[in-house]
Design a protein around this ligand. Structure first.
Ligand code: EPZ
Length: 419
């Protein structure tokens, strides 16, 4: 198992190229199960989560080829039960339910287990499938959904914490082959949902309204093969933007879509950081004495929960009292105790982190608990005195393609060593 050593205090400059989006690639790869024909997906990031999804597709019977960012899938004959051994490694495996149900009218996957970022039920996914006429049964840790036929209908996917991203994806993928028209109310509007809808339409589906809270899907008889290029990863880009705020003289991000990062850009500008945009590139300059902030995470286009931990790392050294409130995963603060080990002054009050900015942080051995928390610890290490040793970096490899090499290319000094 690897660990990462971050040597603090190095300024960042130059440019970083952003990879394809993990949270877009995963449901799009699952959607290739909806057709017997060949699908070609480009700009697919090289991540362990993508590897898990490709293994699931192969286990379900699809032919899968992969070569440097391009994945070719042909799901001519498929099974309808996804193997527990792989599914348990990645929650997002749940998004094969919709395509299998849509095409084969039945699907079985293991119920996702516990997650360190908080409670993550799939009741809204099942509610959506039920509205289309599918029953479900939970047995021996698996959930099976099945139907003699799927019929379009109106379903509201609003939950206690707002809409659901993979729930919207799953219901959309089941509804594209249903009889009649489906209307999803309180749909998630994330750019990744739009990217999936664009791919489904390229396969011959009839999806309208993706990117709004109301998605309308007119069912079709069958779908054909298609080609698609995955959008840039806005959370990877956001993480590097914060790295630029923390240690950047002048850091440029290439192959990024600034429109997908509005809430983060607004927050950083409010804190006083200079950010310029030029088509698919952005530039950020770090600064002295940035202003403290009050932030609340919300479904897109609000401030993303997947950037909350990274912002905590930034605000640890921003003078004044900052407050970050987490409304999507109220317990998503595993990074706080590790940041405090580096000398940060943070108090958790309910679902809010109250951060009293300090002059300095000191490098320390810290433990990654989940994907975004591990990114936050690397960012904290960039601004800490001495060396920060981040353990369990397999978390970071789930969602960041070569993060250490990319940051080293911009002037950081990060080593990856065997633990
Ligand atoms: C997606 O997860 C992302 N994952 C997450 O990113 C991201 O944090 C999350 O959306 C929110 O933006 C992928 O796209 C693979 P949700 P998802 O269903 O779809 C509750 C990362 O770091 N809920 O939108 O699983 C749920 O508990 C990952 O890349 C229900 O109550 O999240 C949560 O509180 C982490 N019932 C809220 O809704 C349901 O049936 C939003 O969850 C489904 C969800």
């Amino acid at each position: 198992m690897d660990k990462i050593l971050v040597h603090g205090g190095r300024p960042l400059s130059g440019s970083i190229k952003i990879s394809g989006s993990k949270n877009s690639a995963l449901p799009i790869l699952a959607a290739t199960l909806l057709t017997k024909e060949t699908c070609t997906i480009r700009n697919v990031p090289d991540l362990s989560d993508v590897h898990y999804m490709l293994t699931i597709l192969s286990e379900l019977g699809a032919e899968v080829e992969r070569a440097s960012g391009t994945v070719i899938v042909k799901a001519e004959k498929i099974k309808t039960e996804a193997p527990y051994e792989i599914v348990r490694k990645m929650r997002a495996s749940v998004c094969v339910l919709g395509p299998l149900l849509g095409r084969e009218k039945e699907a079985t996957v293991s119920l996702p287990g516990g997650c360190v970022i908080g409670d993550r039920p799939i009741d809204l996914h099942l509610k959506g499938f039920e509205a289309l006429g599918a029953a479900n049964r939970v047995q021996s840790g698996n959930v099976k959904v099945f139907a003699s036929q799927l019929t379009g209908s109106v379903v509201n996917l609003r939950g206690k914490f707002g809409s659901t991203v993979l729930g919207t994806d799953n219901v959309m993928m089941a509804a594209v082959l249903a009889e009649g028209t489906t209307v999803i109310e309180s749909a998630a509007a994330e750019p990744e949902v739009v990217d999936l809808a664009n791919f489904l339409n390229a396969m011959g589906a009839k999806v309208e309204g993706a990117g709004t809270r109301r998605i309308i899907i007119e069912g079709v008889k069958e779908l054909h093969g298609a080609e698609h290029s995955v959008i840039p990863d806005r959370i990877e880009a956001g993480t590097f933007l914060v790295a630029g705020a923390i240690a950047g003289e002048e850091l440029t991000l290439n192959r990024v879509n600034p429109d997908h990062l509005r809430a983060l850009i607004d927050a950083l500008r409010t804190a006083g950081y200079e950010i310029s945009e030029n088509g698919e590139s952005m530039k950020i300059k770090g600064r002295h004495a940035p202003k403290f902030l009050e932030l609340t995470t919300e479904p897109y286009p609000g401030f993303p929960t997947d950037m909350q931990a990274q912002m905590c790392a930034l605000l640890c050294k921003t003078a004044g009292l900052s407050v970050i409130t987490e409304t999507i995963f109220p317990q998503r603060f595993m990074h706080v105790s590790e940041l405090k080990r580096m000398g940060a002054d943070i108090n958790l009050e309910g679902a809010s982190a109250v951060i009293n900015g300090r002059e300095s942080l000191s490098g320390a051995p810290v433990m990654a608990s989940d994907l975004r928390a591990s990114a936050a610890l690397v960012l904290a290490g960039l601004q800490a005195d001495g060396i920060t040793e981040v353990n369990r970096v397999y978390h970071i490899d789930r969602g960041y393609e070569q993060i250490d090499e990319k940051l080293n290319g911009a002037g950081a000094h990060i080593e990856r060593v065997k633990a």
